[in-house]
Structures are given as C-alpha cells and as structure tokens.
Design a protein around this ligand. Structure first.
Ligand code: ADP
Length: 519
C-alpha cells in the first residue's frame, strides 16, 4: 500500500516525498504533538447523507501513534450498521438522483470535492498526521496526491465510452460501460486519504455508490472527506462511511448480498478472507495486497542518483508502504561501495513524533511496532549482519510506537526478512552476479507489486523491465509522486485488478453488450 515529489525526486508508491537524508540535529524544536487537532472529538460516521453514531452506541478510542495517548473516538459499528449503509447505497444507486445524473455532472461533483479538499488542505494534513503518526510533511504530500485523484477522476468521468462492433448483416452491436452498483471499499491505515481517493475517485466517476470501511486505526480523514463530499453536493446515500473493527464491520460489509463489488488494499490474509466472503455472493473484487519489492542496482548505475532513492523508498511512511523498496539487489563489483554509502545514510536516520517532522514517524500501533522489531530480532538471531541502525530521537514520547530503521547486509534470499513483507523501515541487501541472477533474485518472492532497475545500459533496461514480475517497473527511479495516472496493482500474491489511471475505470465498471436487429 504506497505516493509527489521527494527531494530525491522519486517517492515510493504512496505519499509524497519524505526526504532521503537525515534532517535531524539536536533537540526536537517546539514538538508539542499538535494537541489541538481533533482533540476530544467524538467523530460520527456518514450514512445516507447524515452523521450518525453506531446503532449500539459503542465507540473505539483513537490514539496518536506518536505518544500512544487517546485524543478522539469513532463509532464501533457492526453488521446492523453495515446493513443500513449498504441499503442506503443500494437505494441511491437504483432510485436516487445519482442514477439519472449524466457523467459530466458526476465529474463536476468530484471536481467540487477536489476544490473543497484544497480549501481544507492544512486541516486534513494535520488530522492525517496525528491519526497515523506520519510526519506532517508526508501528510501534506498525501493531501496533494489526494487532490490529484479527485481532479483526475473528475475530468475522466465523461471520457469513458464503449464501442460499436462489426456483426452480422442487419445488426448493430455496441457496448456500454456500466457501473457495478454498490462498491464496498475496505481501506488500510497507511495512506487513508490517498487510498480512499483512488477508490472513491474511480468508483464515483463510473456512477457506482460507495460504502467505505476505513481501518479502525485511521478513520478520521475518511470521515472528513465524506463530510466534504456532502458539502460538495453528492446526493444522500452515494458516499457512506462505516467505521469499526475489520472482523465485525469489515467482514459484514464484504459479505453483504447487496454489495456488488469489493475493493480492498491490505494484507494477503485479510484479502483472502474478503475474497471468500465476496465469493459467497459471486461478486467481483480488486485486491492490492502488498509487496516485497526489489530495486536492482547494476554496476554501471548512476549511484549518486540511486542512493537517496534507495533510502527514501524504504523509510517513507516508516516503511509502512505497499510499494516500499524493501530489497536492494546489488551487482558484485559495486556491492561494497553501495553498502557502505547506505550504512552512512541509515546510521543518521532518526524517528520521532509526527509534528517534529523527522526522517520518519512511529509505526501505526503497538502490534505493528512489535511485528517490525520481532522481524529484526529474528534476523539478528539467524546471524544476518546488521550494517547500520538509525535511532529514535531522545525526546520522542515514551508511549509512542517507534521502530528505528535497520539495514541488513548479505541477506540469505530464503530468510523470512527476504521473503515476507515486514511493513517497516527494514532494508535487506543482496549481492548478485550478472543479469540472469538479478532477475532470478528479483522474482524469488511470492510478491510482485513494484520493481526498480538502475542501469545506464538501454537494452538491459528493456530486458530486465520485461522479465521482472511486477505490476509497475521503474527504470532509474522508483515511485512516481503518487502516480495517479499510472495503473497500479500486482502479480502473484500482491493481488489482482488494477487501480489508478484510466485502468481503474474498467475495474469499477462492467461491459454491457446491446445488439439491435434491424433486419
Ligand atoms: P492489519 O493486519 O495491519 O490491520 P489488514 O489488512 O487486516 O491490516 O487491514 C486492512 C483493512 O481491512 C482494515 O480496514 C481492517 O479493518 C479491514 N479488515 C480486517 N479484517 C477484516 C475482515 N475479516 N474482513 C473485512 N475487513 C477486514
């Protein structure tokens, strides 16, 4: 799960550019954990155009990952709440004004939402940062990418059209692209604003209605965007948000018989559960399930250009990015030089609270922090050498969920840390000998989301880009500043279906064929 312009000019998949180099010296100046942002607010979910609590009245505390302290709450909804929201979305799809609205008007509503997000940009960035712990700079970059999604899909809504097909004499055959109906969007906690935007932008542009279930750890910006959508003029029932735990609200949503299509970004295990639930109703799904993405550095690469990007691709958003470049494959003649340069950079990296805006923030929650430190401890126990370790700022609050960045060298390609998605600031280095071995290593995990290829050899750029199994391949770069226009999704365990760009409009619609017999 990952997307604007880093100092390296090449941010990883989601979110915009965390700077590649340490910006930390001395004290955290003026760090006060932005204690006024959403402080004490009881957020409401959005169902059928209204702000509502859960039917049970139960709530979930919202803690800031930077200090672990509760500052707000969200409704804890279950299957009855989901049923109400899905029925509202179903009615809005089949009977409401939305169903009769021309495509260009849907586009104008998305463009109005784009404008409103711009007006509330600072507020949204601060909210996202406090809710997820991401540095404020990353929150702002996420807002910029989010705006691009609504701008892009606002413009695209009336550009999608079908075909006419040469058929038998006396017939005219044509196709229409029709919306699925009610789209369920189950959103992860790493880039809530951006991932909601890629789902909502494409789904609404095609005329679907939405029920969104954001992650229990990061629901606030989704609620705010749905409120702004109402202000923009989306009819009641078109853009619904249900908050709650995955096993309750999420499971009920993916299994609901009136849901027509499910789109999910998150872990493979949860993806399997959601597909099984949707399969009972024989509904289609789009699955974006993470990666173990390689960057391949050949001996002829421009190392000065590559180094900051290699670092940024794993520390952006604390490594909690589907498209994180978590494996760096280095050709033997330059292995030592690249490893030494990365060591220097990694040892200077500093994690700290979101509003101190250091190299990286905390992990989203305690479980995630323990997952990351557990992978690191297991790799150390297995004898994999730690080349460098960053630090947690001395003034970072003790209750925060910090995991310092770690660089491992000479990693066994079969080790857990080489095969499994850690979802943290942990980078593994591997040496290779020639193009064949590079490709074999790059393809040696179950994942296939993104890859980077660093070489000045043009023919090799093409050969390697074609043979690496990944949904996106970057040559002499990595990530794409959000890549709103670029189809995104995986091979193998990284999932199926494509989001972003025009391609997402196909996932968010179905072809209807109409045949006229005019004799
Ligand atoms: P994590 O394990 O880090 O929480 P997940 O991939 O499980 O990541 O979570 C991503 C999203 O999926 C969240 O919105 C979460 O609430 C939701 N989710 C978790 N479990 C289920 C489930 N069984 N059914 C539907 N959604 C779920």
């Amino acid at each position: 799960m990952l997307d604007s312009a880093s100092r390296a000019g090449a941010p990883a998949g989601h979110g915009t550019g965390a700077g590649p180099e340490s910006i930390t010296t001395g004290q955290i100046m003026g760090s006060h954990l932005s204690t006024t942002v959403a402080e004490g607010l009881a957020f409401m979910q959005i169902v059928d155009g209204r702000k509502v609590d859960s039917l049970s009245g139960e709530r979930i505390d919202v803690a800031c990952p930077s200090d672990g302290k509760v500052f707000a709450s969200i409704p804890a909804s279950g299957s009855a709440d989901v049923d109400t929201a899905v029925k509202a979305a179903h009615t809005a799809f089949s009977e409401g004004p939305w169903s009769r609205m021309p495509a260009f008007e849907r586009g104008r509503l998305l463009t109005r939402l784009f404008n409103l997000i711009g007006e509330h940009g600072d507020e949204l960035a601060a909210l996202e940062s406090r809710d997820t712990g991401k540095p404020v700079r990353q929150g702002k970059a996420d807002v910029a990418a989010t705006m691009r999604y609504y701008e892009f899909y606002g413009g695209a809504a009336d550009k999608m059209h079908g075909d006419t097909i040469p058929f038998l004499n006396g017939y005219t055959a044509l196709t229409l692209r029709e919306p699925h109906g009610v789209v369920a969007g189950i959103i992860p906690w790493n880039y809530p604003l951006q991932i909601l935007a890629r789902v909502a932008g494409a789904a609404l542009a095609m005329g679907n209605t939405l029920v969104v279930k954001p992650a229990e750890d990061a629901s606030l910006s989704t609620i705010r965007i749905a409120e702004l959508a109402l202000e923009a003029g989306f009819p009641a029932g078109v853009f619904n948000v249900i908050t709650g735990y995955g096993a309750e609200a999420g499971a009920a949503l993916s299994a609901h018989p009136l849901v027509d299509y499910v789109t999910f970004t998150g872990s493979p295990l949860t993806g399997t559960r959601i597909q099984q639930a949707a399969a009972v109703n024989n509904r289609g799904v789009t699955m974006e399930l993470g990666g173990k993405s390689p960057q391949i550095v050949f001996a002829d690469a421009d190392l000065d250009a590559a180094l900051p990007v290699l670092v940024n691709a794993i520390i952006q958003n604390g490594g909690q990015t589907c498209s994180a470049g978590s494996r760096v494959l280095i050709e033997k003649p330059v292995y030592e030089a690249v490893a030494t340069a990365l060591e220097e950079r990694f040892s200077k990296l500093v994690a700290g609270p979101h509003d101190a805006d250091l190299d990286l923030g905390p992990m989203i929650n305690r479980k995630q922090m323990e997952r990351v430190t557990g992978y690191v401890a297991a790799a150390e126990e297995a004898g994999i050498p730690v080349l460098a370790r960053g630090s947690v700022h001395a003034d970072a609050p003790a209750g925060g969920y910090y995991a310092p960045p770690v660089l491992f060298g000479s990693v066994d390609p079969q080790a857990a840390i080489a095969q499994e998605e850690v979802f943290g600031p942990v980078l593994s280095l591997f040496a290779f000998d020639g193009e064949e071995e590079a490709i074999r290593l790059a393809n040696s995990t179950e994942y296939g989301l993104v890859a980077g290829v660093w070489t000045r050899d043009g023919a090799r750029q093409h050969r390697v880009a074609k043979r690496v199994r990944a949904g996106q391949v970057f040559v002499n770069g990595y990530g794409a500043g959000g890549g709103i226009e670029l189809p995104f999704g995986g091979f193998k365990k990284s999932g199926h279906g494509r989001e972003k760009g025009f391609e997402a409009l196909f996932d968010m619609s179905a072809t209807k064929t109409i045949v006229f017999n005019h004799g």
